[in-house]
Design a protein around this ligand. Structure first.
Ligand code: DOR
Ligand code: ZN
Length: 430
């Protein structure tokens, strides 16, 4: 048994924010209460003193790229899972733009089998269209039976709205959520850099916000028509947020996610971080960033997701036009969000954790992201005020493509516990 003693327990689902103990028995939260040490036999008790630390549900990330199969020189399911554990995540959902992509049950079965040995819960999406070509739908039923929890062509927007409407209808029948990468390629000059001041300065065509806005509007209306559940992935523009707010008001079953990088950085980052700040959709203007933060506060944006997108050093050494888009994020997400959302007073810790635990869990109807007695013991313990400087040598991901290297952040993960086992600790005692 593990006793987590005297921590500040913050659990958004159960609306708890106070000093409590948590007792873990095997893989289950046995009890949350006061003074638990006195109640249990001391012999087989491992005590974690969490005095001064926050004890929260293990974080849930609905958007990671573990590059397995096929692109494992960037990341694999083991390094990805370890990176997640270090960041305080106990459940992650992998995107399906692997090589080959996850468009049939056979590939998915193999992946799911290999994921059973990992330290944390790694779940999978599968493709909406075969080979992510946007032409022909995959077999949703077979993919659901093979344990896909949702569908996505993330990385490649789906252009054909007739096909997408059919996908929405089929997905609704099967109760499978669809996650959407919203950028119309027809309106993009070059991807990964916002079309505006910075793209002009460095001489690239860039990707404008309107490319995102038109697809967000289209898909919100399609979802309103069909009544299925969708996720607008890594939302980045002010207008897109306004469209999502309207669609929610109209009754669409639409969730939106934002990444830590889009609420922390603007297009300017490309000037001093180069290709490490190249991402799809791009980092945008201060006005967009401020609108994203406001939308998190209001609840228009439901979830914070990392879009952990590892790439190799060689790939990121290419020119800004040729380097691939994306950045890693699992090991910095919590601290980037504490530093940029909680410390300046935009969100309370409870509100932040809601976006990183129970809301992402509810998009997929997962019974995680909570500290309820009788539930799985998935827990993160962190020091909210400890500062640290992001050091590329400390990443356990295979990749180092983070725009936060060298930045001072607040919030340090001390322990990650998944299914009752300590899967990460930065404390000396381990
Ligand atoms: O920048 C990105 N990189 N955006 C995506 O949506 C996909 C990701 C990747 O797979 O590298
Ligand atoms: Zn994407």
């Amino acid at each position: 048994m593990i006793l987590i003693k005297n921590g500040r327990v913050v659990d958004p689902l159960n609306k708890i924010d106070k000093k409590l103990d948590i007792m873990i028995d095997n893989d289950i939260i046995k009890e949350v209460g006061n003074n638990l040490e006195a109640k249990y036999d001391k012999e087989d008790l491992r005590v974690i003193n969490a005095d001064g630390f926050v004890v929260a549900p293990g974080l849930v990330d609905v958007h990671v790229h573990f590059r397995d199969p096929g692109l494992t020189y960037k990341e694999d399911i083991h390094t990805g899972a370890n990176s997640a554990a270090k960041g305080g995540f106990t459940t992650v959902v992998c995107m399906a733009n692997t090589k080959p992509s996850i468009d049939n049950a056979e590939i998915l079965n193999d992946l799911v089998k290999r994921e059973q040995s990992l330290l944390i819960n790694v779940l999978n999406t599968a493709n909406v269209t075969k080979g992510m070509q946007g032409k022909e739908l995959t077999d949703f039923k077979a993919l659901k039976e093979a344990k896909a929890i949702g569908l996505t062509d993330d990385g490649i927007p789906i252009k054909d709205e007739k096909l997408l409407l059919e996908a929405f209808r089929k997905a609704k029948e099967l109760d499978l959520p669809i996650s959407l990468h919203e950028e119309d390629p027809a309106l993009i000059g070059s991807n990964g850099v916002n079309q505006g001041e910075v793209s002009k300065k460095i001489g690239v065509p860039g990707a404008p916000a309107i490319a995102e806005d038109v697809l967000v509007a289209r898909d919100c209306m399609l979802a309103l028509e069909v009544g299925n559940r969708i996720d607008i992935q890594h939302i980045s523009s002010k207008r897109s947020v306004e469209i999502v707010a309207l669609a929610k008001k109209m009754g669409a079953n639409v969730f939106a996610e934002v990444t830590p990088q889009h609420i922390a950085l603007t297009e300017e980052a490309v000037l001093y971080k180069g290709t490490f700040a190249k991402v799809n959709p791009p980092l945008r203007t201060k006005e967009d960033k401020d609108a994203l933060i406001k939308a998190l506060k209001k609840g228009t944006i439901d979830m914070i997701a990392t879009d952990h997108a590892p790439h190799s050093k060689d790939e990121k050494m290419k020119s800004i036009m040729d380097a691939p888009s994306g950045m890693i994020g699992l090991e910095t997400a919590l601290a980037v969000c504490i530093t940029n959302l909680v410390k300046p007073g935009h969100l309370s810790l409870m509100q932040l954790l809601e976006k990183m635990t129970i809301n992402p869990a509810s998009f997929y109807n997962l019974e995680v992201g909570q500290l309820t007695e009788g539930h799985k013991a998935d827990i993160v313990i962190f020091d909210e005020s400890q500062s640290w400087v992001v050091d590329k040598k400390e990443f356990v991901s295979k990749a180092i493509n983070s725009p936060f290297i060298g930045e001072k952040l607040y919030g340090r993960v001390k322990y990650t516990i998944c299914n009752g086992k300590i899967v990460y600790s930065d404390m000396q005692e381990l």
